[in-house]
Design a protein around this ligand. Structure first.
Ligand code: 6GU
Length: 238
């Protein structure tokens, strides 16, 4: 997959040289390119922003540098062009799965007050936020999206970290995890997990995951309701 990011701070993306995303790049699963918006400035002073019409504090990114930066990328028709903005739709696992179906992606990082609305109208296909808080720029949000999308591509995770067993691929939180030692500061590993009965272990995990989801994230159950099988699992327990 090739991902082009339009940004004023390409150096920030060095964070994606590490860990699993770094390996994905070295293995050829990800071709990540940061496009410096300032290379498309409107004058020799490197200007890319300007005052907001109507008069409000803060600068707005001018449309011409953004348009020229996008034109330089030469992405095929149908490629998602994603504007990172707190005004966007909240990014979630289904969106990551949708983006992972493409082999190109363009991410546009906003700065200052934001982008001129006409760039959004003419060039942007998706507006995405990563949550209800405000970042100083879209870069950290773009990195989150690159990570969440690329790990879904076949071959990026080994069998060990397979994405199909992710809690959110089932739209639920994860279950509690234990490793050695068997007793830590007076707390023991649950008996079921040591028993070797795989059906029982599976039922325990799914029940614990559901209990957590019910308690911490009831909104997930509104979005993706309990299945009849999940209802049965919960009834057995209580
Ligand atoms: Cl995508 N951008 C900015 N600037 N702030 C955010 C965000 C994006 N998502 C959450 N907060």
């Amino acid at each position: 997959m090739r991902i082009d990011v339009v940004t004023l701070f390409p150096e920030m993306f060095a964070a994606l040289e590490h860990s699993i995303v770094g390996r994905a790049r070295r293995d050829g699963h990800l071709d990540l390119r940061a496009v410096q918006l300032r290379d498309f400035a409107i004058n020799r002073y490197g200007q890319v922003d300007d005052y907001a019409y109507g008069g409000e504090p803060g600068m707005v990114l001018r449309p011409e540098p953004l348009r020229d930066a996008l034109k330089s990328i030469d992405y095929p028709e149908g490629t998602p062009v994603v504007h990172m903005t707190p005004q966007g739709r909240t990014f979630d696992q289904p969106m990551a799965e949708e983006f992972a179906k493409f082999d190109r992606l363009v991410l546009v990082c906003g700065h200052y007050k934001g982008l001129d609305e006409r760039i959004v109208q003419k060039y942007v296909t998706h507006e995405v936020s990563i949550g209800d808080f405000v970042l100083t720029g879209g870069e950290l949000a773009a990195m989150a999206i690159v990570d969440a999308v690329i790990r879904l591509k076949p071959g990026v995770l080994g069998d060990l970290g397979s994405a199909e067993t992710d809690s959110f691929s089932t739209r639920r939180l994860g279950w509690p995890l234990y490793t050695r030692p068997e007793v830590f500061e007076g707390l023991a590993v649950p008996e079921t997990l040591k028993g070797g009965n795989h059906a029982l272990i599976e039922a325990w995990r799914r029940r614990e995951a559901l209990k957590r989801t019910l308690e911490r994230r009831p909104d997930l159950l509104e979005k993706w309701p309990l299945t009849p099988e999940e209802l049965r699992l919960l009834e057995k327990d209580c």
